[in-house]
Ligand binder design. Structure first.
Ligand code: NAD
Length: 406
């Protein structure tokens, strides 16, 4: 039986996927409300294919609890934020979860850390917790790291089809954990050591963060001299060895806006490009705010309460708002418009910010200037409703005449 610890955006689909592929699974989360919701037969976030997968896992007998269960294998998928002052990984959630596992697990159990952690975290923070109990890693307790690559919005497909990395202290443990993931994963699963697995996951997200920062910087250079950044990137990407990502209003979520900081925190003298890239991405919402003010001035729009931000989530077609560029923009200390701006997102049913709307038509009725912060399918399907509005399109998805870009 596998005990999956942490049933959030990553742990829940992983637990469901294992259960629906013949593995006996108990899901554990310290959040009692979340566990009650799951036990009431409801999923806790919106994700394509998740409800169907949930149904299959329930039929296969998955259980949800706040308790840790004595068993031979644990998968830990708890948060791993970064400390905003040191930029280093905050290992507390992982350390606490491992400690709780050690309270109940038998000798010989394997703990698989799925949470994204900075290279060296298992050595620096996890092994000492095990040693402090008088247990020997590799004999009494086995360790593995199986970082997750899935993208919100396409998680169910990617869980099955992505390649994976498994780091373990020994090939035997690595192969055993690989066999568990192979129950559902059709991608290639590479077995390596733990530190390599830790580093590869952080490097993957760092590569994307730097590429986005490059696109954002190009966008600012092109804006400065009236060049079309989208056309320039499109043409450059026709080169067989160039693949530049698209500029946008900023970077959010739990991965690309977080994980690269781990390297800046641990290697401040070495991670220069990474540091600058993260600063570029983090300042992109300020760039958007500057564009908004320019466009308001050009169009004689003086009332900020007639300006609306479309989208509150950190990416399209998901309900996750963590680190979202819209929230970053509203939180800019010198954003004198923030208190007046209207905000709408079809995926966010709770009121998270002031002046939030839950109906597209009502939102559009109350604004003259729409800033497309998130490219949800909904707005792509309703572009004609923006006719007659001033539009700042931060994603280059709107083909209406006169639309402004970043
Ligand atoms: N969200 C993503 O897109 C994504 C993608 C790849 C990797 N990751 C990584 O996966 C990990 C989990 O991220 P997430 O987005 O699922 O986080 P999340 O916040 O959605 O879920 C974490 C869950 O862990 C629970 N939890 C915290 N401490 C616990 C404990 N001690 N015992 C039991 N439950 C506990 C919380 O209640 C929460 O439900 C992070 O390391 C993240 O970096 C996330």
């Amino acid at each position: 039986m596998i005990n999956v610890i942490g049933l959030g955006y990553i742990g829940l689909p992983t637990a469901l996927m294992l259960a629906s592929h013949g593995v006996e699974v108990t899901g554990t989360d310290c959040n009692g409300d979340l566990v009650s919701t799951l036990n009431a037969g409801k999923t806790t976030f919106k994700e394509k294919g998740l409800d169907e997968l949930f149904g299959k896992a329930l039929a296969a007998g998955i259980r949800f609890t706040t308790e840790y269960i004595p068993t031979d294998t644990y998968i830990v998928s708890v948060p791993s934020p970064y400390d905003k002052s040191t930029k280093k990984v905050d290992p507390d959630y992982v350390v606490k979860a491992v400690g709780s596992i050690l309270n109940v697990c038998p000798k010989g159990a394997t703990i698989v850390i799925e949470s994204t952690v900075s290279p060296g975290t298992v050595d620096k923070y996890v092994r000492p917790v095990i040693a402090a109990r008088g247990l020997r890693t590799g004999e009494d307790i086995h360790l593995a790291h199986a970082p997750e690559r899935i993208i919100p919005g396409n998680m169910v497909y990617e869980l099955v089809n992505n390649n994976r990395t498994i780091g373990a202290d020994s090939p035997v443990v690595g192969e055993r954990i690989k066999a568990i993931y192979s129950s559902f994963c059709k991608g290639e699963i590479v077995v390596t050591d733990i530190r390599t697995a830790e580093m590869t996951k952080v490097v993957e997200n760092t590569f994307r963060a730097i590429n986005i920062a490059f696109a954002n910087e190009l966008c600012r250079i092109c804006r400065h001299d009236g060049m079309d950044v989208y056309e320039i990137i499109r043409i450059c990407n026709m080169h067989p060895r160039v693949n530049i990502l698209q500029p946008g209003p900023g970077v959010g979520g739990h991965c690309i806006s977080v994980d690269p900081w781990f390297l800046v925190g641990d290697y401040p003298q070495l991670a220069k490009v990474i540091d600058e890239s993260m600063k570029t991405n983090d300042s992109q919402p300020s760039f958007v705010l500057g564009r908004m003010k320019e466009i308001m001035a050009t169009n004689g729009l003086t009332d900020p309460s007639r300006v609306g931000l479309y989208g509150l989530t950190y990416k399209e077609n998901v309900d996750d708002c963590r680190e979202s560029p819209t929230i970053q923009l509203l939180d800019i200390p010198e954003n004198d418009l923030a208190g007046s701006l209207k905000v709408y997102d079809p995926f966010v049913s709770k009121d998270l910010v002031p002046n939030q709307y839950h109906d597209l038509d009502k939102f559009l009725e109350d604004v003259d200037f729409v800033v497309i912060m998130v490219k949800h399918d909904e707005i792509e399907a309703n572009m004609d409703k923006l006719t007659g509005k001033v539009v700042l399109d931060c994603h280059n998805i709107c083909s209406l005449p006169g639309v402004y870009h970043l």
